[in-house]
Design a protein around this ligand. Structure first.
Ligand SMILES: [Zn+2]
Length: 253
């Protein structure tokens, strides 16, 4: 992440707002300046991407690009914590942006009222320093993976099911990519899945932490590891993963 170390100088207001995290070893003023000068793209701001975006906003990431199509439905509200009941029937991405802007008016929030797709993929990834994948569909996740690898942008892939979830930090050329692990869409993958909001928020925040460490230049990012958390029995595992030299997406890097 050395390339996006823009010459950002922390202001007195930054020091006031982010003072408690400036004391975190390895983060400090230099790391905070990197966060303030970073742009993060979050694909889907629902059960996973919503709490993820909130934590990025809290950390002071300079700009968030929220990518999410569709209108808010009652059955979104058990987990999509950026939404509000009075937004039912309105665009989800607008509700998410309003919550984030109220929470932290000192960051920039941009909205894209459609999901990540073949037509917008290249342009959206080009505008971000890092991509957070919180999309439920494998087709979308594969597309994000392909585009991030092509543009050498880090990708934090987050997924959950039932009381479990997983996070894979992907740095093209250094780590396995999503296609190294899943050459094709796994069988029995369903659009609708069992989920409690507290569980998706935990997984989201594991993803947010890995992304913040990566952006701030901190150590400890779980590279070539799949982080798996089973909240039913509260067991966290880090599973070693390896690049596939024959991977169709990243094999040539
Ligand atoms: Zn690969």
């Amino acid at each position: 992440m050395e390339s996006q170390q823009a010459a950002y100088e922390l202001s007195d207001r930054d020091r006031e707002i982010y003072g408690w995290q400036l004391d975190v070893p390895g983060l400090g003023e230099r790391g905070q300046a990197k966060l303030r000068s970073s742009t993060a793209l979050i694909s889907r701001v629902g059960g996973l991407g919503g709490p993820l975006a909130l934590s990025l906003a809290a950390a002071g990431i300079g700009k968030l690009i929220l990518v999410h199509g569709g209108e808010l439905r009652p059955d979104d509200l058990n987990r999509q914590i950026l939404m509000r009941h009075d937004y039912l029937g309105k665009k989800r991405v607008d509700a998410a942006a309003e919550t984030l802007r109220q929470f932290n008016p000192h960051i920039e929030v941009e909205t894209v009222a459609e999901n990540f797709n073949e037509d917008n993929a290249a342009d959206l990834v080009a505008r971000a320093d890092i991509v957070f994948d919180a999309a439920p569909l494998f087709e979308e996740r594969f597309l994000m993976n392909r585009e991030c690898v092509a543009q050498r942008k880090p990708l934090i892939d987050c997924a959950m099911f039932n009381m479990e979830g997983q996070v894979i930090p992907i740095v093209p050329g250094e780590t396995a990519c999503l296609a190294c692990l899943y050459p094709e869409v796994p069988e029995h993958w369903k659009r609708r899945f069992p989920v409690v909001g507290a569980v998706s928020a935990v997984i989201a925040n594991i993803g947010a932490i890995e992304g913040i460490k990566l952006l701030a230049g901190m150590s400890g990012v779980s590279l070539n590891r799949l982080i798996y958390f089973d909240t039913l029995v509260m067991k966290l595992q880090k599973v070693e993963i390896a690049r596939n030299p024959d991977c169709e997406i990243c094999g040539e890097l």
